[in-house]
Design a protein around this ligand. Sequence first.
Ligand SMILES: Cc1ncc(COP(=O)(O)O)c(C=O)c1O
Length: 404
Amino acid sequence: MQHIDKVSNILSDRITALAEPQTIAMAKKARELAAQGHDVISLSFGEPDFQTPQYIKDAAKKAIDDGFTFYTPVPGYPELRQAIADKFKRDNNLDYKPENIVVSTGAKQSIANAVMCLVNPGDEVIIFSPYWVSYEEIVKLAEGTPVQVMGKLENDFKVTPAQLEAAITSNTKLIMYSSPCNPTGSVFTEEELLALAKVLEKYPQIHVIADEIYEYINFEGQHASMAGFDFIKDRVVTVNGFSKGYAMTGWRVGYIAAHKTIAAACEKMQSQITSGTCSIAQKAAYAALQGGKEAALEMREAYLRRRNLVLELMNDIPGFKTNVPEGAFYIFPDVSHYFGMSYEGNTIQNALDLCMFLLTDALVAVVSGEAFGAPNCVRFSYATSDEKLTEALRRIKLSLAKLQ
Ligand SMILES: Cc1ncc(COP(=O)(O)O)c(C=O)c1O
């Protein structure tokens, strides 16, 4: 201990340079205020408020009683990998074998595995922005260079083929995006993905991480996958998991489907860092898939109702500019209207200041868009009850009216 106190640079450059996710930092502050007795409403979590469906919990209890308490194969139990391959056929019309599937400790580890296996130091990784918080930091950990390409609010925050093409250089190795998107709720249509894939067709060195973790929370149309286009399929790593669709965030089960060379590399990476994910959670995930999509679709109905409620309430707040999110459970208004305004001598300079103001004045926790590469925006999660959403938006409206 004394030794550590004396040596100031004990930690590696790698960890010193790593940002703490702002989503977690905000949640921490909100918890502190709540612990002091304040009635804080948190709209900062990226997590369903639903319990995991009972049939999935039952399968986990049975797995314990049946003795599934040992190490599992690193890429997951064979029957789970087969069930995931069957899911890809059923839902996405994609042909994969178990050898193409690697199950990991959440989609977050799936993404980290894939980035570590594809990116060399100095490789450029195009990240469609606004993006999920961890993409950029994972790329930096792999010593890649993140290149943000910003989708415009007027275009539903979606990056266009022309923007993609303009960002490609001879160093580009990978592109990453989520659809449905965290934080914007935007969903790429099949035509839009095809137009992007056509650009990539010309650059055989570029791979894609398509993060489809919100697949089942899609309010319009059919979910589309970049891997659905045969001419690019081998270069696409499709990421998915159980956290969002099946309300299983704590169970930590995610997966990829990829060309077998990439899948084998991810298995090797995982074998040295974590091994196979929890045996009991894998059995629960298997049961989730056997039960089909019904539970997920029921939750989707609730999210759709809440999205409409939040849109309606936000329409009533002057200065919030939003798109209409078509999936996931977030809304991402541009709040720059309030920059430069003040309350009790404090000026709101940016989205982070606005979030702090909303937390202390309205007792509502939301996350600044800076964390997602969009410093004019703020992310609201509507994965909470209609009552809480209504109360939160009422308080926010009152607080914002104090700004001058
Ligand atoms: C876009 C996106 N990808 C991946 C993840 C990570 O999911 P998991 O809980 O399976 O690690 C999240 C979680 O918030 C997410 O929003």
